[in-house]
Design a protein around this ligand. Structure first.
Ligand SMILES: NC(=O)c1ccc[n+]([C@@H]2O[C@H](COP(=O)([O-])OP(=O)(O)OC[C@H]3O[C@@H](n4cnc5c(N)ncnc54)[C@H](O)[C@@H]3O)[C@@H](O)[C@H]2O)c1
Ligand SMILES: N[C@H](C(=O)O)[C@H](O)COP(=O)(O)O
Length: 353
């Protein structure tokens, strides 16, 4: 699939009770060049409040410019926040730092709007500001996060069952990438989800997506599930019975997969060294925290979340709604700016199926 690199990029508002609107306002203020051609799919009033929060009470804030259509985003000069009003304005001010169904509804509706616009080809990519999963659930969305919501929107658009549009979460910074076998589920369920099909599908998706970006087969390191990758069966059998056969099947397809490796050391082996290369281009992690802790630990300001397998480009900062600092103006916008940069490079390289 090819993408129109001149098309605008939608940044979804995120949960208005969290730091999403503030980091968006900060990104437009401090990284105007990177944000050219981007617009906010959201609510103008919430963005005005966020712009004021980062400016400080009484200080002049970055103006919000309402646009009529996504295609107007590229016409605006830097020094403003282009907003397309895609939701009804909330009744009254949304309380910051609190979970609410109303805030979850606004956050979710903005993502649905952006997903449909991207699937219709009206925008080049989606960059999602963080939403709160409990608020999303309180609003009645039957998805744990963006990834699953976007998968459902894509499947509906393509007229295919969900299982035929498999997606995976990748977290990446300039030193390390990881792709997860399973995402938002309990640890018990995640252990059950380590299946031959699930690991093999993850390897295929990572191979295809990263191959498009790197221009060669990625070197994929596969983590085990158990301590020391099972220590020869002493600490578990999933490596021998499930993960190793999945790696062998992938290798038979020409995928450069290696492992299973001890989960506590495979990430340091993959991490880029001074020459910019690590032993692996990406690590396949067996569950959410196994993969995300190493990447987030390298710096919440650097990581980018990318959904692999979608027929659209979607990136996101690697952090959440940070209710503890929402409204203070202290939130760091770097990861959002990285997510915009990553979205642009993916639009150019088409890291999608
Ligand atoms: N892309 C997303 O939508 C996304 C990503 C991760 C978490 N979440 C959701 O966000 C909610 C809160 O999650 P959490 O508390 O576990 O993680 P969090 O990332 O919101 O916060 C963890 C810590 O990091 C700090 N922090 C986070 N982002 C920051 C930034 N940009 N600048 C400065 N400090 C920052 C917070 O203040 C907090 O101390 C949950 O509902 C979670 O599911 C959403
Ligand atoms: N798993 C992600 C993280 O911890 O950063 C986060 O929950 C976002 O997930 P979605 O992109 O599916 O909303």
């Amino acid at each position: 699939m090819s993408f129109d690199t001149a098309s605008p990029i939608a940044i979804t508002l995120g949960d208005p009770a969290g730091i999403g609107p503030e980091i968006i306002a900060k990104a437009f203020r401090d990284a105007g060049v990177d944000l050219r051609g981007c617009f906010v799919a959201g609510d103008a009033g919430i963005l005005r409040r966020a712009a004021q929060a980062i400016a400080g009470a009484g200080a002049p804030a970055l103006p919000v410019a309402l646009i009529e259509a996504a295609s107007d985003a590229g016409d605006l000069p830097p020094g403003c926040i282009p907003v397309l009003q895609v939701v009804a304005p909330p009744d009254g001010a949304v309380a910051q730092g609190e979970i609410s169904a109303a805030a979850g509804r606004i956050a979710g509706d903005c993502v649905v709007w952006a997903a449909r616009a991207a699937l219709r080809g009206e925008i080049a990519a989606i960059v999602t500001a963080p939403l709160h999963k409990e608020a999303l659930a309180a609003a009645g969305f039957p998805y744990p996060g963006h990834t699953e919501l976007l998968q459902a929107e894509a499947a509906a658009h393509l007229g295919r069952p969900l299982a035929e549009v498999p997606v995976r979460m990748m977290l990446a910074n300039d030193e390390l990438r990881t792709v997860l076998v399973s995402i938002h589920m309990s640890l018990r369920d995640a252990i059950e989800a380590v299946s031959l099909d699930g690991v093999l599908q993850t390897l295929r998706i990572a191979h295809r997506a990263l191959g498009a970006v790197l221009g060669r087969a990625p070197r994929i390191g596969v983590a085990g599930l158990n301590p020391h990758a099972g220590e020869g069966g002493l600490f578990g059998s999933e490596e021998r019975d499930i993960i190793a056969p999945a790696i062998a099947a992938a290798r038979a397809e020409g995928i450069d997969a290696d492992g299973p490796h001890a989960p506590d050391t495979v990430f340091m082996r993959a991490r880029a060294k001074a020459d910019g290369r690590g032993e692996f281009d990406v690590v396949i992690a067996m569950y959410h925290d196994q993969g995300l802790i190493p990447v987030k630990y390298l710096g919440v300001e650097k990581g980018v979340n990318v959904t692999l397998g979608l027929p659209l480009v979607r990136t996101s900062p690697d952090h959440g709604t940070a209710f503890d600092i929402a409204g203070s103006g202290r939130a760091d916008a770097s990861s959002l700016v990285e997510a915009v940069r990553m979205a642009r490079s993916l639009v150019r390289g088409a890291l999608v199926s």
